[in-house]
Design a protein around this ligand. Structure first.
Ligand code: GLA
Length: 392
């Protein structure tokens, strides 16, 4: 068993004097293409990865929740009917989920919980969604609530929006809960229909390059971008009331009305409309097994995020520019909300180690920063850890 899981179980025993009733794993996510499209009702193409959060949890007969964050070495006890914001910010994700399950009218008691994991925090691989998804899944299992998986996804998103206060889209929780081994998932964020596309990494691998720059989406530009997109929708809606989101807008229609936009709002909307179309085309590339064409679209996405959506930063741009110099890299781009975090790189399999070496050296030489890299494997979404022998 993963030594981390063993340590989490041991902490549970030492703190609560019993074996945990349930073990759950909940993964972080990558997104191949389709950035900032989820809250514009477009398409995304994420997958769950082998960087995970583990939960050891037992039910209780009262309302008390005794919670321990293993990595942070912090703990807090609260009650399910007293979900207050304290200084322990990590509890917001747990409390938000409890709050949302209660709002749906389900009844359950408190729990004893130890959780911890190996998902890099602030790297743009959604450790917070993994935390929410893992707890929602665990409560659903412990108390046999029978909440369908997609409803778990949605309640986790509401937890983040309403309790944590980040107005994020649905992609991260969806990927964490719905991921599958060796598959990326195209999600239509408007209809919530989804389709799995095989992605085996037999010939190409995915490597994340972490800038080490931490972003704080909550306080920042993320909500501003949403507002800019909404402003664009309002302008276009005046001409066509059926337009509900940028998903309903063609590039031609946007161009026709360019004069009514301020230049910034126009750029934002242009990127989104192009990106939504790009995901659709990129999925066709995948179906044809044309990863060269797919990779080119990843570079195009980065250009849009850098120049039009303006959510990139110097370190991300540097890493993408360096990746471009390497012929074994099919595509690279910043991933996630932006302003730091990782780039995602699609690389010929045999070339990954040399790539990592060159990138690490270049990052140090040019920016005097240490690059952390992750070769990621695509794994299934949030699930029970069935036995103590299961490999994790
Ligand atoms: C963050 C949000 C997601 C999504 C991405 C950008 O990860 O949580 O909902 O909007 O940024 O694609």
């Amino acid at each position: 068993m993963d030594p981390l899981v063993t340590a989490i179980i041991e902490t549970f025993r030492a703190s609560f004097g019993a074996e945990p009733a349930l073990l759950v794993r909940s993964p972080g996510r990558i997104n191949l293409i389709g950035e900032h499209t989820d809250y514009n009702m477009g398409f995304v193409l994420p997958a769950a990865i082998d960087r995970e959060m583990f939960f050891a949890i037992s039910p209780r007969t009262d309302k008390v929740c005794r919670t321990i964050a293993y990595n942070l070495n912090r703990e807090e006890t609260f009650a399910t009917d007293q979900l207050e914001k304290t200084e322990e910010k990590w509890t917001y994700y747990l409390k938000g989920v409890i709050d949302q399950i209660q709002k749906l009218g389900y009844e359950f008691h408190g729990f004893d919980l130890v959780f911890g994991g190996n998902i890099p925090v602030g790297a743009g691989v959604s450790s917070s969604a993994a935390l929410e998804a893992g707890l929602a899944f665990a409560i659903n299992e412990l108390y046999q609530l029978g909440i369908p998986k997609m409803a778990l996804v949605q309640l986790c998103q509401r937890a983040e929006n309403q309790f944590v206060g980040l107005n994020c889209g649905i992609m991260d929780m969806f990927a964490s809960l719905m991921g599958d081994t060796d598959a990326v998932i195209r999600l239509d964020c408007r209809s919530l229909e989804y389709e799995y596309f095989p992605f085996t990494q037999e010939q190409h691998v995915l490597v994340l390059c972490d800038t080490g720059v931490k972003h704080s989406l909550g306080t920042s530009e993320y909500n501003t971008r949403r507002a800019e997109c909404e402003r664009g929708v309002a302008i276009l809606q005046a001409h066509k009331p059926s337009i509900q989101s940028l998903r309903d807008v063609s590039i031609e229609f946007l161009q026709e009305h360019q004069a009514e936009f301020d230049p910034v709002t126009y750029k934002r909307c242009k990127y989104i409309v192009e990106e939504i179309n790009r995901v659709v085309e990129a999925c066709k590339d995948l179906q044809k097994d044309d990863l060269e064409a797919f990779g080119k679209k990843m570079y195009q996405t980065h250009e849009g995020l850098q120049h039009d959506y303006e959510v990139s930063c110097e370190e991300l741009d540097f890493l993408v520019d360096q990746a471009r110099l390497n012929p074994a890299v099919l595509g690279a781009r910043m991933m996630g909300g932006g302003f730091g975090g990782c780039t995602i790189n699609l690389i010929e399999k045999g070339a990954a180690d040399a790539f990592i070496e060159t990138m690490t050296r270049a990052y140090k030489e040019s920016l005097n920063l240490d690059l952390v890299t992750h070769k990621v494997v695509i794994k299934k979404g949030t699930s029970r850890l069935e036995s103590s022998n299961e490999r994790v």
